[in-house]
Write a protein that binds this ligand. Structure first.
Ligand SMILES: [Zn+2]
Ligand SMILES: [Zn+2]
Length: 275
């Protein structure tokens, strides 16, 4: 590991994950990068201050897709900080049309990126990859800094080769495990919503996530955070059990120090150093 990486490791925080709001922060040195801002701006700032962070530390924001639980406050934060906001042209179009985004990203701060294109900000390289979902467009992000690499794939309608490739290259993983199939099937959601969630452009079930991980876990996989768990159709215990049982059944050889945990829906996690 080079000295710069040791001095400035990549760090990761989740401030919220799920339909009530998604927000992740990456930090290297003093530079912070935002991935989605679907929680309220006041809660976000309160969390920042608790971590000793400040809006002025942010150098860029990246957006996965235009659903409100990912973008609600991104316009407000962009106006306040003046930072560039990266996503695909279609996601930016979707944000302009999203009625629940009361403040829009100022035109001068809109940065469009193509899938497969890498953007480098403050020593952090970020590459978008396509994710099937029922928004105008949806991307995951593959993040690299020093020896650390992180794959963020949320709101995943179906597993794809691009997602598998990103998971195989990453040693840290944030991957959706939205619902437990039996809980969704017998739950109180209306049929159209069950069909939407289960369809190829909805969300990943615990079982699908488990199989995706079984196909992609490698010797350098260090930490897996299951994200975007449904409040109605999943529990952290159920998601973790399904994943662990499936990896066991598939006889996947797990790296000795691999950590698998579920991200809390509405509270922050401790800052995690990705080494
Ligand atoms: Zn979402
Ligand atoms: Zn979504």
């Amino acid at each position: 590991m080079d000295l710069f990486s040791e001095q400035y490791p990549l760090e990761f925080i989740s401030f919220g994950s799920g339909s009530s709001g998604n927000c992740y922060v990456l930090r290297r040195g003093t530079a912070c990068i935002l991935i989605d801002l679907g929680i309220g701006i006041r809660a976000f700032k309160r969390y920042l201050y608790q971590y000793g962070l400040h809006p002025r530390h942010f150098v860029a924001a990246f957006v996965t897709h235009d659903h409100t639980d990912h973008v609600k406050a991104i316009g407000k934060f962009a106006i306040e900080t003046g930072i560039p906001v990266y996503s695909t042209e279609l996601v930016h179009e979707g944000m302009k049309r999203n009625k629940f985004m009361t403040r829009k990203v100022p035109e001068a701060q809109v940065r469009t990126l193509e899938v497969g294109q890498s953007v480098s900000v403050s020593g952090i390289s970020i590459t978008a990859f396509p994710v099937p979902h029922d928004s105008r467009d949806c991307v995951g992000y593959f993040v690299q800094a020093g020896n650390a690499s992180l794959c963020i794939a949320t709101d995943v309608g179906a597993p794809t080769d691009e997602i598998r490739q990103a998971l195989r290259q990453a040693n840290y993983i944030v991957l959706e495990a939205n619902y437990d199939l039996p809980m969704l099937a017998t739950g109180r959601y209306p049929q159209f919503l069950k069909d939407r969630i289960r369809g190829g452009h909805g969300h990943l079930s615990n079982e699908e996530t488990a199989e995706l991980l079984a196909q992609t876990i490698h010797a350098e996989t260090k930490h897996i955070w299951l994200c975007h768990l449904s409040e109605e159709n999943n529990t952290p215990q159920q998601a973790l059990k399904t994943v662990r049982d499936h990896l066991d059944k598939r006889q996947v050889s797990l790296p000795e120090h691999l950590v698998i945990e579920a991200l809390p829906r509405t509270r922050p996690i401790e800052l995690c150093r990705l080494e």
